[in-house]
Design a protein around this ligand. Structure first.
Ligand code: GRF
Length: 202
């Protein structure tokens, strides 16, 4: 059984989709054993509680630097024998040490078709730019901001009357399907990484 930790800063709808996929066996051979947040009031922590999953607020103020914070986080993850770290709306950049400790075992989901519109405002940036197609991306995390090898992507058509909210709603719908799928592929050992490219052997 692979042991998954989810790191989230906010609402946690992706966390919920992952928990549901584990419970309904769409993700097989893995369990979410830990949910961590850098925000005390993150609803993601409440979702974890509701499903009897160990959860913890990791307070950034207790650490002098991002590096120290991540060092403590990695130690905690290792204590809990975590195999895969899933970032789901986690609003902190992870340090190179964290990336190294979990090399190719940290995933992230981003609400745009990377490498377009990285960063925290991906949906608004795509809309403002005027693209006709955007989407979402699941990728492994490297030292950069939203730059790691891409696992899965799916496109979403932008409508003339879209607002950030309406577009987010359609993108998130896809995210909730795509993220569990990527995790399931990883758990079943179906993803091979060569350089920047991920190959899926389904
Ligand atoms: C998602 O849209 C994801 O793409 C981005 O942050 C958002 C998190 O939403 N990285 P939620 O907390 O999972 O609802």
């Amino acid at each position: 059984m692979k042991r998954i930790a989810v790191l989230a800063s906010g609402n946690g709808t992706n966390l919920q989709a992952i928990i549901d996929a584990v419970e309904s066996k769409k993700i097989c051979g893995a369990e979410v054993v830990l949910v961590l947040s850098d925000k005390k009031d993150a609803y993601a922590l409440t979702r974890a509680k509701k499903h009897g999953i160990k959860n913890k607020f990791f307070d950034p103020q207790l650490y002098a630097s991002r590096q120290e914070y991540d060092r403590a986080l990695v130690a905690y993850l290792q204590e809990h024998k975590i195999d895969l770290v899933v970032l789901a709306g986690y609003m902190r950049l992870v340090s190179p040490e964290f990336v190294e400790a979990y090399k190719n075992r940290i995933m992230n989901i981003h609400p745009a078709l990377l490498p377009a519109f990285p960063g925290t405002k991906g949906i608004a940036a795509a809309l403002d730019y005027g693209v006709k197609v955007t989407g979402c991306t699941v990728h492994f995390v490297d030292e950069g901001m939203d730059t790691g090898p891409i696992i899965l992507q799916e496109a979403v058509t932008v409508r003339d009357d879209d607002t950030v909210e309406s577009l987010r709603e359609r993108i998130q719908k896809i995210e909730h399907r795509l993220y569990p799928k990527a995790i399931d592929l990883w758990v079943r050992g179906k993803i091979t990484i060569q350089g920047r490219r991920c190959f899926i052997d389904e």
